[in-house]
Ligand binder design. Structure first.
Ligand code: F7E
Length: 398
């Protein structure tokens, strides 16, 4: 009871929001990985007030924002991106200067099962946001989370801003549509609307169904079982050969903020003067703002992620067999294991997708050169951070 009281945050209805003084940023999907990191970034790097939107659930899901309890610059509000009234009302009541959208149906694998819902949430809702901004607050800057999934069946590597949209999933198609809408509204109405093609980005706040978190949590559980003499339960995965460009989600938030404030960061901005943050002619501005690819530029297979994650806890193994029979066999670690517990990872074909994006690797040269963005965390650092965090959750320091 006491814990529930401590962790339960006050949630406002939209009509109860009082617009704070100064700059206001509205962030959707605020209980998710990206939304919660965006709030942390804004609190540390700006003086803005933040209104965070999250869908009302009968069982609260506030784990990623519990540290914001009592934060005077943060208000939590019930908000549903698929309800256009919510979008109009939040703009009317909070009058945000920035609208950062991280709410989405973001799990690619589910997009085949819930194709229409994916489309409505990821594409139709973006149209609603753009229309609401156009009508009610045309100087509100809008960011939508775009995705490298849009590149899909890639035609070259690494992928840059000129890569064509070749999506392989309803999710990828929905993000391609949203990105096109953003460009259309920017060019038609002079709205400062941008999106980033964000490649995969991960961390301890990642949902447990995504492959990196599934692995980090599984490895932490296996290590805990080995050292505490409990039976070891292996991890079941799908396509181990898929190649991804993984970054730290925290690094990505800096890229988003730079994209939303290009006149402050663009090294070539002077040629567009007199446009400035305080003298904003949105029609002029929108001609010059750009969408960017964001990623580390490194590629790794799912196998490599698995190996590195076990490495973090001092467990070593070897890959055996191939395809749907492939498995990762325990060689050494904290204690010898009985052979029926040695398959630490095995393939389960049920996790294969109807169509796969085989290789993604970002060419983020443009955002580095023009906006000065660079990732701080390495691949090894990211895996270590995730496994360590999952281990700490199993054995919290009291
Ligand atoms: O899969 C393979 C799977 O679900 C990565 C989202 O943030 O990034 C994310 O989408 C790869 C795929 O992420 C399992 O087949 C193997 O090739 O972690 P994921 P994603 O689909 O790349 C993009 C940029 C977004 O925009 C999305 O919103 O891992 N894989 N075995 C598996 N994937 C999962 N989930 N589970 C497995 O057991």
């Amino acid at each position: 009871m006491i814990l529930e009281y401590v962790f339960s945050m006050k949630v406002n209805n939209i009509q109860d929001i009082k617009r704070p003084e100064g700059t206001v940023v509205f962030v959707t999907g605020v209980t998710g990985q990206d939304g919660s990191h965006m709030v942390d970034y804004l609190l540390s790097n700006t003086s803005a007030s933040i209104v965070g939107g999250a869908r009302r659930l009968s069982v609260e899901n506030h784990a990623n924002i519990k540290h914001l309890q009592g934060e005077p610059r943060f208000q939590l509000v019930n908000f549903d991106l698929t309800d256009s009234h919510s979008i109009y009302k939040i703009i009317e009541y909070a009058k945000p200067d920035y609208f950062i959208n991280f709410a989405a149906q973001s799990f690619v694998a589910s997009s085949w099962d819930f194709a229409r819902q994916t489309w409505e949430c990821n594409s139709t809702s973006i149209l609603d946001c753009l229309e609401a901004i156009k009508r009610l607050k045309p100087d509100c800057r809008f960011y939508n989370a775009g995705s490298s999934e849009e590149f899909g069946n890639v035609s070259y590597e690494p992928q840059d801003e000129n890569h064509p949209a070749r999506p392989r999933s309803p999710y990828g198609a929905s993000k391609a549509a949203a990105r096109t809408l953003i460009k259309v509204y920017r060019e038609s109405y002079g709205i400062y609307a941008v999106q980033g093609w964000l490649f995969n980005h991960e961390g301890p706040r990642r949902g447990e169904e995504f492959v990196t978190r599934k692995i980090s949590k599984g490895v932490a559980n296996i290590f805990d079982s080995i050292v505490n003499n409990k039976p070891v339960e292996g991890i079941e995965l799908g396509n181990l050969s898929a190649v991804r460009d993984w970054s730290d989600a925290e690094d990505m938030m800096d890229a988003v903020w730079r994209m939303l404030n290009q006149e402050k960061f663009r090294t070539d901005w002077k040629q567009f003067s007199p446009v400035s943050l305080y003298n904003t002619d949105v029609k002029v501005l929108s001609k010059h703002i750009k969408d960017y690819v964001v990623g580390s530029g490194e590629k790794h297979t799912i196998r490599e992620f698995v190996e590195k994650a076990f490495d973090v806890v001092g467990i070593h193994g070897a890959w055996m067999d191939e395809g749907k029979y492939e498995y990762f066999w325990y060689n050494d670690g904290p204690r010898p294991l009985p052979s029926n517990e040695c398959q630490l990872v095995k393939v389960n074909p049920k996790f294969y997708r109807p169509a796969e994006v085989e290789v993604l690797r970002a060419n983020a040269d443009k955002i580095t050169k023009e906006l000065g963005w660079k990732p701080k965390t390495t691949f090894d650092g990211l895996v270590e951070k995730m496994v360590t965090s999952d281990l700490t959750s199993l054995n919290p320091v009291v």
